[in-house]
Design a binder for this molecule. Structure first.
Ligand SMILES: [Mn+2]
Length: 338
């Protein structure tokens, strides 16, 4: 089970290929609905119905709801590989729980995408250079998706000169996921043997996939054009923008792409929150304000809400009629930081 974003798709591909390599078995792969970051009740039913007795989750904050994991432990062994900030310790006789903050304590967990962790774990077990390089290539796309490329090229894990090409592939994949949501389609492409050589043909020049890049770019342009009069801007006495809170309407799952873009290109010093139908995506890449803490605090008194993530990025959900309350809580929180 994998997260519905580029890092999730790449993590899933790495684990699926590794299982095939080591055991000769093809894993059954699936996602939950966008934004459902802990295990849902329907997932437990699905696993039971298919008599699954080995369950692996990647890039999912399943520790947000430990009870659901306890239920799955009754019929399956579990492996959890994730880099969201730890909320509960799920380690047990049945569950192997690997969080970035324990796996690599010296590295900011948000900079250690699940694809990088999955790659490192596979690398411990496999000596085949060619196979490992294929996994590394897939991990580079996932790392780019979680905005970790520069960090890992400074650490000499990734090549600086490949950044442009990998970023482009990441953007094509992320656009396809947000417009179409056929996550397994991308995994099926990325798991191809020799994918680095084939990726132009299978993805970049494949119009059924890459056309969505332009669809999403156009939608981003529209939303950015309308932002000036639709978004709320909280400013300091000196006139610096401290918070952009933007409620959008769009037919695409575009919140995190938009918040990434606004935060990196327009408001690198501010907090950016994008909300659509109660779902939200928050970003602040200064690392001075934790989005995880902000979101937890702003949702804590709202029933049926959820939220959390990383220091620079977090997401979650509040019921539609509670968005105003959530908005006020976010404004109060940011006011308390300057
Ligand atoms: Mn991730």
């Amino acid at each position: 089970m994998y997260h519905t974003d580029c890092d999730g798709v790449c993590s899933c591909t790495i684990v699926k290929k590794t299982l095939k390599y080591l055991l000769g078995k093809d894993a059954f792969i699936f996602t939950q609905k966008q934004g459902k970051i802990a295990v849902t009740t329907s997932t437990i039913k699905l696993l039971k119905k298919n008599k699954i007795n080995k369950f692996i989750t990647v890039d999912m904050a399943v520790d947000e709801d430990p009870e659901k994991i306890k239920k799955i432990e009754k019929f399956a062994d579990i492996l959890i590989i994730d880099h969201h900030i730890k909320k509960a310790d799920l380690s047990s006789a049945k569950t192997t729980f690997i969080k970035a903050q324990d796996f690599a304590p010296g590295i900011q967990p948000s900079k250690n995408p699940a694809s990088k962790m999955c790659f490192d774990l596979a690398n411990f077990m496999i000596n085949d250079r060619k196979f490992i390089n294929e996994l590394k290539y897939v991990s580079s796309i996932g790392i780019s998706g979680d905005m970790g490329y520069d960090f890992w090229s400074e650490k000499k894990f990734l090549a600086k000169e490949s950044k442009e090409k990998i970023t482009k592939i990441d953007h094509i994949i992320s656009s396809y996921l947000s417009a179409k949501g056929n996550y397994n389609t991308i995994v099926n492409i990325l798991e191809e043997e020799d994918i680095e050589r084939k990726i132009n043909k299978l993805l970049v020049e494949n119009k059924d996939i890459s056309k969505y890049y332009f669809v999403i770019q156009k939608e981003l342009e529209r939303l950015i054009l309308e932002m000036e009069h639709r978004a709320y801007f909280l400013k300091s006495d000196k006139g610096e923008v401290k918070l952009v809170f933007y409620r959008i309407k769009s037919r695409y799952s575009i919140k995190s792409i938009l918040s990434n873009k606004l935060s990196s290109e327009y408001f690198p010093e501010s907090t950016v929150v994008i909300e659509k139908k109660g779902g939200f995506s928050a970003r602040n890449q200064t690392f001075k304000i934790s989005m995880n803490d902000m979101v937890k605090s702003a949702t804590k008194n709202i029933d049926n809400s959820s939220g959390g993530g990383h220091i620079p990025a977090a997401g979650g959900y509040v019921p539609d009629d509670k968005v105003d309350e959530f908005f006020r809580n976010v404004v109060e929180y940011i006011k308390g930081t300057f």
